[in-house]
Structure formats: structure tokens, C-alpha cells
Design a protein around this ligand. Structure first.
Ligand code: HAM
Length: 403
């Protein structure tokens, strides 16, 4: 019988990678704390209709990438492809907007999209993100971009911030018309863009196919069509970014693949891969049945950030090796070192000292503490530096704090 394997695009995350994963979520969580966000924990399965009505029926996510199924009661459900729709659904359902002057919520968890799996693109992936509901001032857009900037600084990842404004229902229809007019006579677009140019023309602008990029170089740009309100909002955001030295690149082709956005959109990009993305969506709450509420948020792709994160093992590993009948002393030493906050492994495997030292080495121990009957009688331990192979006798475990 063949062994059962994980489903394609659904990865197991372990060892060093799991450590990186937690380091990333801890970094964002600490920032959410100081920026005064509260956590919201949401279901993974929602009615499919929620995503039709928020992400948008003619987006790739809804048309091609959702995991949709019928449950035993014939309800049409979907594994959530993203978190924003669920947050807004929950906020409206529980009337949360009436309980506070505004809401600042963060979430974390698995998302699902049926994409072609490759490095940084999975069918189950994890996001950590946040949504601010009830604030329309560009200071909010600035603050959440600032939070992302802080996060990448703490993660020590050098990254490019791209921004754009995609307007609002006042100015976008005029722009959409101008763009559709421009695109209607263009020949040589890719198969997807042939369809998009009438159904979702803005998406043609961020097509990754080179010929499409070339063909849209001269296309009208949204920034030239912004109404006064959107234009002022965008200008203020740029002023704040400039004032606080946050470098950014204006990308007039940045339009995002979800339909709910208005005004500000942004992405943090590294080596052509978007690690984090977000924007403002001032009409989504209302369109899902809530009161008219401006909103802005982002989501970071944890697996994508992991690709650029350096190793997370900062603490030296201490191996404790014992020979003959010194196991109780070894267990005591292990306890004492752990109490001091050291990362410690008791080596109980291996039939002799040589084998035990080999195991300690394979585990990546920086130091090994050897406990034997002779040493015990003398009241000492042997401390071996595993990289220099130097050995010395120590009397007091307290001195290990400074090795
Ligand atoms: P999104 O751009 O669809 O936006 O996804 C956000 C991030 O999730 C991406 O930048 C990427 O890092 C990661 N991601 C997306 N798809 C995959 C995949 N197949 N494999 C690995 N990582 C992936 C949203 O989801 C919006 N809800 C963000 C938002 C929140 N906007 C406002 N609030």
C-alpha cells in the first residue's frame, strides 16, 4: 500500500521553518499590540456568496481559485481565500461598529486559493493582517503602512513599498470608460486580458505578461482622473510618508486583484514577489449590509516573508551528556540551566561518550557539558566547546552564563 502524502500545495512546516513562521507572527503581534489593535478569530469556512459579494465575482480569486463545496445540507460554502471579507461579515453581523468609536482588528490564520503551487505560492498559505474600520483620514493609511514598515525593519528585510490610488465610485467610472476605450482597439493582449479588458479593465494594467505590459505603457492612468477628494487623500498620505522618511515608489499600474478597494492601495515587494498587500475599501461594509463605514487594512503572506528571513536560532544549544550512573546529576544540571534560560538538550541516546558527543554535534550544540563519576567526585563538570573542541573543567554552573 502506498503511503499517504500531503495534498499538493498544502505544506507541512517544521523545524527551522516553523521557528521562522512564529518569529514573523510574533513580530506583527507585538506591533499590533503597541498600535492598539485587538484580535479577531474567525471561521475558516464561510458562505461562498460572501466572497462573491466582496472580493468580486469577476476576480481570479472567485472565478478560478476558491475551494468551493456543498455541505450535507446543500449550503454552498468556501474555504476562505482571504480575511477581509470575514472580518467585515463579522463586524456587521455583531454590530461591533456600534460598540466602539472605531475598530482596529487583527487576525491570523490559513487561507486557501487553488493556484499553481510554486515557491511562495501555495494552495494553503497563512496570512497575518489587520483591518481598521470607521476611520477615513489618510493618517490611518499612513499609520498602517508605518506599522508594516516597522515590521520589515524588525524582520531585517530590505523591501520596496509601492503605492497608488485607484479612486472611488465618483471618479473611477470615468477612468474605467477612458481605459476601456483605450484597450478596445488594442491587439495582441494575452488571452486573460482579452477577457479582462471589458469585464475588469483595471486588471489589464497589472498583467505580468511582457507584451501586455508593453501594450499598456501609454494607457490612461487613474492618478490623472482622481476626483478632488481622492487626490487630496493621496497627496496627504504622500506628505506623511515623506515627512517620516518612509521610502516608496509610486506605481500607477498597481490595481490589486480584489474588487473592494478604493483610494489607497499598496504592496511591499521583494524580488518581484509581493510579501504584504493592502489598501482602503470605503464601500465594503455598506455593500455587506452595514452602515456606511470607511476602512483600510492589509495582509502579510507569512510563507512569502519566510523566504527572505534569516535563521532564527539565536540562542546557543547546550548538550548535557552523562556517563555511567550520573543520570540524576545530569537531570539536575539540565533543570538549573533551563531555569537560567539556556536552551538545553539532555543526550540520553548513544551507548558511549563518543556516540553521545556525535549526537550533540549533529543537533548543532555549541557547548556540551559532560558529567562523569570521576568528575562528580572531584566536584567538577567538563565543558566542551563544540566548534573549537577545547575542553575545560568548571566548578560552578553559574559561570556558564558568561561563556
Ligand atoms: P492579497 O494581495 O490577495 O490581499 O494577499 C495578501 C498577501 O497574501 C499577498 O501579498 C501574499 O503575500 C499572500 N498570498 C496571497 N496568495 C498567496 C498564495 N497563494 N501563497 C502564498 N501567499 C499568498 C488580501 O488578501 C487582502 N485581504 C489584503 C487586505 C486586507 N486588504 C485590505 N485589508
Amino acid at each position: 500500500m502506498e503511503n499517504i502524502k500531503a495534498i499538493r500545495g498544502f505544506d507541512d512546516i517544521f523545524f527551522e521553518e516553523a521557528k521562522k513562521f512564529r518569529y514573523i507572527t510574533d513580530t506583527f503581534r507585538k506591533l499590533f499590540e503597541v498600535y492598539n489593535f485587538e484580535e479577531i478569530i474567525l471561521p475558516i469556512v464561510e458562505y461562498k456568496e460572501l466572497f462573491d459579494r466582496s472580493v468580486g465575482e469577476i476576480t481570479d480569486i472567485v472565478q478560478k481559485e476558491m475551494f468551493v463545496f456543498e455541505d450535507k445540507s446543500k449550503r454552498v460554502l468556501a474555504l476562505r481565500p482571504e480575511g477581509t471579507a470575514g472580518v467585515v461579515r463579522s463586524v456587521v453581523e455583531h454590530g461591533l461598529l456600534y460598540k466602539k468609536p472605531f475598530l482596529k482588528l487583527f487576525y491570523e490564520g490559513p487561507m486557501f486559493r487553488y493556484e499553481r503551487p510554486q515557491s511562495g505560492r501555495k494552495r494553503q498559505f497563512h496570512q497575518i493582517g489587520c483591518e481598521v474600520l470607521g476611520l477615513d483620514n489618510p493618517t490611518t493609511d499612513f499609520e498602517i503602512i508605518n506599522l508594516c514598515f516597522d515590521a520589515f525593519k524588525k524582520l531585517n528585510i530590505d523591501i520596496t513599498l509601492e503605492i497608488n490610488s485607484i479612486g472611488c465610485p465618483v471618479c473611477r467610472p470615468k477612468y474605467r470608460e477612458a481605459l476601456t476605450n483605450y484597450l478596445k482597439d488594442i491587439e495582441g493582449l494575452c488571452k486573460d486580458c482579452e477577457e479582462r479588458r471589458f469585464k475588469n479593465p483595471l486588471r489589464v494594467l497589472d498583467c505580468k505578461v511582457e507584451t501586455c505590459k508593453d501594450l499598456t505603457k501609454e494607457a490612461p492612468m487613474m492618478l490623472d482622473y482622481l476626483c478632488e477628494e481622492c487626490s487630496n487623500h493621496y497627496k496627504s498620505l504622500k506628505t506623511y510618508l515623506d515627512s517620516f522618511g518612509i521610502p516608496y515608489k509610486e506605481n500607477p499600474c498597481l490595481v490589486r486583484g480584489l474588487d473592494y478597494y478604493t483610494k489607497t492601495v499598496f504592496e511591499f515587494v521583494k524580488d518581484n514577489l509581493t510579501l504584504l498587500a493592502g489598501g482602503r475599501y470605503d464601500n465594503l461594509v455598506e455593500s455587506l449590509g452595514g452602515p456606511k463605514t470607511p476602512a483600510v487594512g492589509f495582509a502579510a503572506g507569512i510563507e512569502r516573508i519566510m523566504l527572505f528571513l534569516k535563521s532564527q536560532y539565536k540562542e546557543d544549544l547546550y548538550a548535557v551528556v552523562y556517563i555511567e550512573n550520573t543520570v540524576l546529576e545530569a537531570l539536575k544540571v539540565v533543570n538549573i540551566l533551563r531555569e537560567k534560560g539556556k536552551r538545553v538538550e539532555l543526550i540520553s541516546k548513544g551507548s558511549n561518550l563518543k556516540k553521545k558527543l556525535e549526537i550533540a554535534d549533529k543537533l548543532g550544540a555549541s557547548y556540551t557539558l559532560i558529567i562523569g563519576p570521576e568528575e562528580l567526585q572531584k566536584g567538577v563538570y567538563i565543558l566542551k566547546n563544540m566548534s573549537t573542541k577545547e575542553q575545560k573543567e568548571i566548578r560552578d554552573l553559574g559561570s556558564l552564563v558568561n561563556v
